[in-house]
Design a protein. Structure first.
Length: 146
């Protein structure tokens, strides 16, 4: 009987110790460094309902202290952008210091500013984020860490 009680207490102690283990905190990986890839703009034509796409090569530098800086071939669709960013596990918000006042994503020149909140994914290598506007315009950044 003593043996059974002792064995039961030892088993319970082992189980409780295993269950009491502190779980590792899951942190959101922050995309830092240089990323290259493309911006894909998808526009749904209101009259024909057809999708038009424009693609532009972009380079994005992400720094914890300096914020972000995006460069691209500005003759296509993307305006150069830079400023601070914030993120959580689902969304990243860019605050473009060069964007015209009141613009979210598109400035008055019809060039796209990296400005506003985007849904994103980052796995340590691939950094993809996107946003939509008025159900007729979509922006997807498909980037890879250098």
């Amino acid at each position: 009987m003593k043996r059974t009680i002792l064995f039961s207490l030892l088993t319970a102690a082992i189980i409780l110790t295993g269950c009491n283990k502190q779980s590792q905190s899951s942190t959101t990986p922050v995309p830092l460094g240089t990323f290259t890839g493309k911006l894909v703009v998808i526009h749904k034509n209101g009259k024909t309902s057809k999708l038009d796409t424009v693609t532009s090569s972009v380079t994005l530098l992400m720094s914890a202290s300096a914020g972000y800086a995006l460069t691209a071939d500005t003759s296509v669709a993307q305006a150069g952008s830079h400023g601070p960013f914030t993120l959580n596990s689902q969304y990243i918000t860019f605050t473009d210091q060069t964007a015209p006042a009141g613009s979210r994503i598109v400035g008055t020149s019809a060039k796209i500013h990296l400005n506003g909140t985007y849904t994103y994914g980052y796995d340590g290598t691939n950094f993809d984020f996107y946003a939509t506007s008025a159900d007729t315009l979509g922006y997807s950044y498909l980037l890879v860490k250098n």
